[in-house]
Design a protein around this ligand. Structure first.
Ligand code: GCO
Length: 452
């Protein structure tokens, strides 16, 4: 069996470094009747939107099976679990709280805490209540204020039993994929829409962060952003310029406002109509200090000039791809972390997602996913390399605990370290889960034997 190893001198093997697994509400929960509709329910009904024409009605049936899932997480030996809360399970259209929905999360967090687990809660992992979308969703500034109210409900209910709160997960995906490229819910398109949604999401982040800091000052309060290096096929000045623009447009657009209170220069290239409306005071709300930055990383992207002073994606040329068609680029992960560290004054970092979809097969009760284990091995070592170069990284979460609803690709892509049989809801640990668990548990043996 393929193993995951870190150098014995790695600080990642010390007690303070957290290892965890991650999931999100819509991708695993099911129990649609226990909540109001969200934009993903609507999107799933749209012809051709989801490649296998599935939806989140049942998913991993986690709302019913959560106790078993928590036992599974505990058995892996991880220190932390990252989950997200379904806004439509908690807030009803009239602004009142769905007490049954809220209780679900209170019980879940309670159980995790009792087991000694650190709980990372994301408030928004893309499942916007449909009633808010009906009023414009993230194109409507009011949605940011609705998010602030929802954040207050959660902060009051869960309080500081949550180790770390993230306001948003990957606003890039919500804004760009959802409102600009149209491949995620709600399927809107256009630059103006994408940029407006991004600004309102960042505003929502700032407003919710204030709430979290007020009610849960001892929790770690931050945000989760995704990054992909912007590489070029050549060193031609046009391509280098294209990659710089892509980096500003897709990566720095979300980080720079938070750390430095301003959008990157690429905003100047947009027509006045495409720029977001920034009201006085917005950037100050967005730029409040965060306690930590969550980074999600999967792969690099190669860009070239489109010949019109803008950028376009160059499809991967290598055969080292995951089932998503994403290149396997661990060195680029180190490069990215070091680069962000050099560019900005950042708070401590958690790697809140990293992992790979592979073509898994369950044979005789086993999933021999060596390629996924190898991915974890190389990417964990990439994190270690970044730490050695001075980047302050405090933890790592595997995406994902278990196979789940992979958005526009439905159940066709499996990211779990645990295999889910969607007919029986049986969970089976893949070999990558065993290897990850072994790595995590090997640390405990180190503390006990005092070799740390
Ligand atoms: C993301 C999301 C996850 C995805 C994962 C694989 O990073 O896009 O947080 O929900 O499932 O990334 O695409």
């Amino acid at each position: 069996m393929q193993e995951i190893n870190l150098p014995s001198t790695s600080t990642m093997l010390s007690k303070d470094f957290l290892f965890g697994v991650a999931t999100s509400s819509f991708q695993i929960e099911g129990d649609r009747k226990g909540r109001v509709d969200c934009i993903w329910d609507t999107f799933c009904e749209k012809e051709g939107a989801i490649s296998d024409a599935t939806n989140g009605d049942v998913a991993c049936n986690h709302v019913e099976l959560w106790k078993r899932d928590v036992e599974l997480i505990d058995a892996l030996g991880v220190d932390a679990y990252r989950l997200s809360i379904s806004w439509p399970r908690v807030m009803k259209e009239d602004g009142s709280v769905n007490e049954v929905g809220l209780r679900f999360y209170v019980n879940l967090v309670d159980d995790l805490v009792k087991r000694g687990m650190k709980v990372f809660v994301t408030l928004y992992h893309w499942d916007l209540p449909q009633y808010l979308e009906d009023n414009g969703g993230w194109l409507n500034r009011d949605t940011a204020y609705a998010f602030e109210k929802y954040a207050e409900v959660i902060a009051n209910a869960l309080g500081e039993s949550v180790y770390a709160y993230a306001t948003l997960n990957e606003p890039f995906c919500s804004a760009y994929l959802g409102y600009e490229a149209g491949i995620h819910a709600p399927g809107k398109t256009g630059i103006a829409n994408g940029r407006k949604a991004a600004h309102h999401l960042l505003l929502a982040h700032g407003l919710a962060l204030q709430v979290l800091k007020k009610h849960c000052p001892n929790s770690q309060n931050g945000i989760v952003l995704n990054f992909s290096n912007c590489h070029t096929p050549s060193n031609a000045p046009d391509d280098l310029q294209a990659a710089k623009l892509a980096d500003e447009y897709h990566n720095q657009w979300y980080l720079k406002p938070i750390i430095e209170g301003k959008y990157p220069d690429v905003i100047e290239k947009l027509s006045a109509d495409d720029r977001p409306d920034i009201i006085e005071g917005d950037m100050e709300i967005i730029a409040q200090p965060i306690d930590y930055l969550g980074i999600n990383y999967y792969t690099r992207t190669v860009y070239q000039s489109d010949g019109k002073s803008w950028f376009e994606v160059v499809p991967p040329a290598t055969s080292e791809l995951t089932a998503m068609g994403w290149e396997i680029t661990p060195d680029a992960f180190t490069e990215l972390l070091v680069d962000l560290h050099q560019r900005y004054t950042l708070p401590p970092i958690y790697i809140t997602e990293n992992g790979a979809a592979m073509d898994d097969e369950l044979v005789d009760g086993e999933v021999k996913d060596d390629s996924r284990t190898a991915y974890y091995h190389t990417h964990l070592n990439a994190v270690n390399n970044a730490i050695e170069q001075g980047v302050d990284i405090r933890g790592y979460f595997a995406w994902s605990l278990m196979d789940n609803f992979e958005w526009a690709l439905g159940y066709s892509k499996r990211f779990g370290i645990v295999y889910v049989d969607y007919d029986t809801q049986k969970r089976t640990l893949k070999q990558s889960a065993l290897a990850y668990s072994e790595l995590v548990k090997s640390r405990i043996n180190r503390y006990i034997s005092g070799t740390e």
